[in-house]
Design a protein. Structure first.
Length: 487
């Protein structure tokens, strides 16, 4: 059968190369080929991993619009489970519906002086086998939004998560060196996204990895080496990871078949019971101590981004532990969740559920007191969350992590997609669609979801970013499966 290889969006940026390469790629292939549609230096733009230092607001001392490179446009999937970054300037061509580089296209791209998708030599049969494996993985689950306007974005997000999965249960945050680690926070969101798209076994494996690296006292370091041997540096503990692990365990368990629910709850119980024990100690006096949160900077006072996930986690811990038959620990977790919830409401409610309890400063963590995080959101939290948007909005119509974030023009896709998911869960389909549209319009040439968008919408920093891909899938899932809560 004759198949025409159609080059990806990147090819159309170089007219001469397109003409020549496009003609050369009219080939006979037994595999078939269409392109796949398809988280600044790591330290220089202050961002490291999934967080960044806070900066000044626009005004006196304001920052110019940041110029951050795109480190890679995708991660390619190679035979035998190998991965390779796709250069940002590559004329990337993939086998149909995958991130597996087309062998012939790579050779021809090199022949015309263009950057190939990968420099790793991949034979046709090996490439076909890798493509079949990736396609089979996607087919084993569900593509949210299938048949609707968000299907292509959902498929790209699934490809992002699969390409960032480097071993069973090991999903790195991104592919650039400073991101090629496992963050408990990111992995928690990924686990929920995997479960809700029909990949429950993969989701449970992600939580198994977290259980393996967790300290006996229930704490988590900021990030871990993919081989599970420990943290890569002395960044230290981050309290929110304990909350996120429990929260994810509960939401993943909700996707397990009823016949397997008790068995899987018992599988999750060690992770959850250790986490709940630590969380209960942390909130024994009300609010937990100060800790870095998703901003990944040292804090002198507790943030909502630390306190709210502990409430969400303890609520879900009660569910998991009860399902595992651990009635005493389940009761203790539920009681602790209620006490911690009231402490957060009393402290952060008066300042509009912003970053700190001592002053009003809008923050994306306002989303963490709403569904799908807290079972019973405070009555005034929805309005506070909506009110956070103006101070966080950036020129590309995405969001910064908070109103106190530096005004450098950069939108962050983790927060933009988080707001899409929360909007969908609140029943605001139009709002969810707007946030998803920002990401949809500004993906990389390979279709991957980047960590950042510059002021003009140019994708920047690492691509893909697992946290963002997870939130995209969860938002689309909430839209098309009726999960959205009534307003």
């Amino acid at each position: 059968m004759l198949d025409t290889v159609v080059v990806s969006r990147a090819l159309r940026t170089r007219a001469g190369a397109v003409t020549l390469l496009g003609g050369m790629l009219l080939i006979t292939s037994t595999m078939g080929a269409t392109p796949g549609v398809a988280r600044g230096t790591d330290l220089a733009d202050v961002a490291v991993g999934t967080g960044a230092a806070a900066g000044v607001g626009r005004g006196v001392g304001a920052l110019a619009d940041a110029q951050i490179p795109l480190y890679q446009q995708a991660v390619s999937v190679l035979p035998d489970g190998a991965r390779d970054g796709v250069p940002s300037d590559a004329l990337a061509v993939y086998l149909p519906g995958t991130r597996v580089p087309h062998p012939a296209a790579a050779v021809l791209a090199s022949a015309v002086g263009a950057t190939p998708t990968t420099t790793v030599a991949v034979g046709p049969r090996a490439a076909a086998a890798a493509a079949d494996e990736q396609l089979a993985w996607i087919a084993a689950g569900r593509v949210p939004g299938a048949g609707g306007p968000h299907e292509d974005l959902a498929r790209a997000a699934l490809l992002d998560l699969h390409s960032l999965t480097v071993a069973d249960g090991v999903v790195v945050a991104g592919w650039s060196p400073h991101w090629r680690y496992v963050w408990p926070r990111d992995s928690a969101f990924v686990a929920v996204a995997l479960a809700r798209t029909g990949h429950v076994d993969d989701a449970l494996a992600v939580l198994d990895f977290l259980a393996d690296v967790q300290s006996p006292d229930g704490s988590f370091h900021a990030r871990y080496l993919p081989d599970g041997s420990g943290p890569p540096d002395d960044r230290g503990l981050q309290t929110d990871g304990t909350g996120w692990a429990m929260w994810a365990a509960g939401l993943v368990l909700a996707e397990v078949d009823d016949t397997d629910r008790t068995t899987e709850a018992r599988r999750l119980a060690p992770l959850v019971e250790r986490s709940a024990g630590r969380a209960l100690r942390l909130v024994a006096g009300g609010l937990p101590p100060a800790s870095p949160d998703y901003w990944e900077v040292a804090e002198g006072e507790v943030t909502l981004g630390t306190a709210a996930p502990l409430v969400a986690g303890l609520e879900q811990a009660a569910v998991v532990l009860d399902a595992a038959g651990l009635r005493g620990p389940a009761t203790a977790a539920a009681a602790g969740a209620a006490r911690a919830r009231q402490a957060v409401v009393d402290a952060f409610g008066p300042t509009g559920y912003g970053r700190y309890a001592t002053r009003t400063l809008p923050d994306a963590a306002s989303a963490f007191v709403l569904a799908p995080f807290w079972a019973q959101p405070p009555p005034d939290a929805g309005a506070a969350w909506q009110a956070s948007v103006p101070s966080m909005l950036r020129p590309a119509q995405g969001l910064a992590p908070g109103g106190g974030w530096r005004r450098d023009g950069v939108s962050w896709t983790p927060q933009t997609t988080l707001y899409a998911w929360v909007a969908a869960e609140q029943g605001d389909a139009a709002g969810a669609g707007r946030w998803l549209g920002v990401v949809e319009r500004h993906r990389t040439s390979s279709g991957a979801i980047p960590e950042k968008l510059l002021a003009d919408g140019t994708p920047a920093a690492v691509a893909p970013l697992g946290w963002s891909a997870a939130c995209v899938l969860l938002a689309i899932d909430a839209l098309d499966t009726g999960r959205a809560s009534p307003t």
